[in-house]
Design a protein around this ligand. Structure first.
Ligand code: HPA
Length: 272
């Protein structure tokens, strides 16, 4: 029978401990279309359905966890995530992150596909998220929290975030093909539609550099816990004043090149 109810984090952790005797030294969340960290050593994969009790409904997400070794270190790679716009509540959206925290995973690396608001960005850039804006307002009804526009961006600082930036800088200085990594503020909106031009103008005024529909719940959940997080956006489109959609071929090529750089960045950061 197909299960459609999310498990509790206790049940999820029990399942994962059964799957791997060793707690991973890092967990990595891969956003839509972000296909990296393939072929880990001794890898075993589990569907989200069997681990979390439910599966994501978004195209481009397979919804699986692979546990394997990278340079001798055990890592857990989650392909896909749950979003508020799918109709999931905050508990469900944060279930994978809570499970990683409770399992004792010390490092969580989050990735996503995002739109560039900073007009200096180019399709295929990687942006290290140094701060985020929460425009999801998930608990507005209960808490009456002030609208997100009046809230300052929250900084994302951690040892792993510094390491990721350092590794990105080193790779760019050693390898002419590795575009220097951007840094900036990520605004998390509810979606699922892309933004209106008015919203893009607002986000630009609020000093956001990229926009997407995920990652903020995960970053909020790790705050104050023993799990440290770092996050990277793959810029898949750029919101210029006269939005020009790139040809499909160009976008695919940019996405492929960005994936290759992200793969190298993650492998080097995890191994070092
Ligand atoms: N907006 C929101 N989410 C996105 C975008 C965007 O422009 N590009 C990729 N994910």
């Amino acid at each position: 029978m197909t299960a459609h109810k999310p498990k509790s984090s206790i049940e999820v952790v029990a399942h994962l401990r059964n799957a791997s005797l060793v707690t991973p030294s890092a967990a990595i969340v891969l956003g839509s279309g972000v296909n990296v960290l393939e072929n880990l050593d001794e890898q075993k994969s589990y569907s989200f359905e069997e681990v979390f009790g439910i599966s994501p409904s978004v195209a481009g997400h397979s919804g699986s966890i692979t546990i394997g070794k990278l340079d001798g270190k055990v890592v857990a790679v989650m392909r896909g995530r749950f979003h508020l716009y799918e109709g999931h509540d905050w508990e469900t959206v944060t279930l994978p992150t809570r499970a990683m925290i409770e399992w004792g995973v010390p490092t969580l690396i989050l990735t996503n596909a995002a739109g560039g608001i900073n007009t200096e960005f180019r399709v295929g850039d990687l942006m290290h998220i140094t701060a985020y804006r929460d425009h999801l307002n998930p608990k507005l009804a209960e808490t009456g929290l002030m609208p997100a526009v009046s809230q300052p961006a929250q900084e994302c600082k951690s040892a792993i975030a510094s390491k990721l930036q350092q590794v990105g800088d080193e790779l760019a200085s050693q390898n002419g093909k590795f575009r220097p990594m951007r840094q900036g503020t990520y605004a998390g909106l509810l979606g699922p539609t892309y933004e209106t031009i008015a919203e893009i103008k607002m986000l630009r005024k609020l000093n956001s550099d990229a926009v997407g529909m995920s990652t903020v719940p995960e970053l909020q959940t790790v705050k104050g816990t023993k799990t440290e997080a770092a996050a990277v956006s793959v810029i898949t489109n750029v919101w210029t004043d006269d939005v020009v959609l790139e040809g499909h071929e160009e976008v695919l090529r940019a996405a492929k090149e960005a994936s290759e750089r992200l793969d190298l960045l993650l492998r080097t950061a995890i191994a070092s």
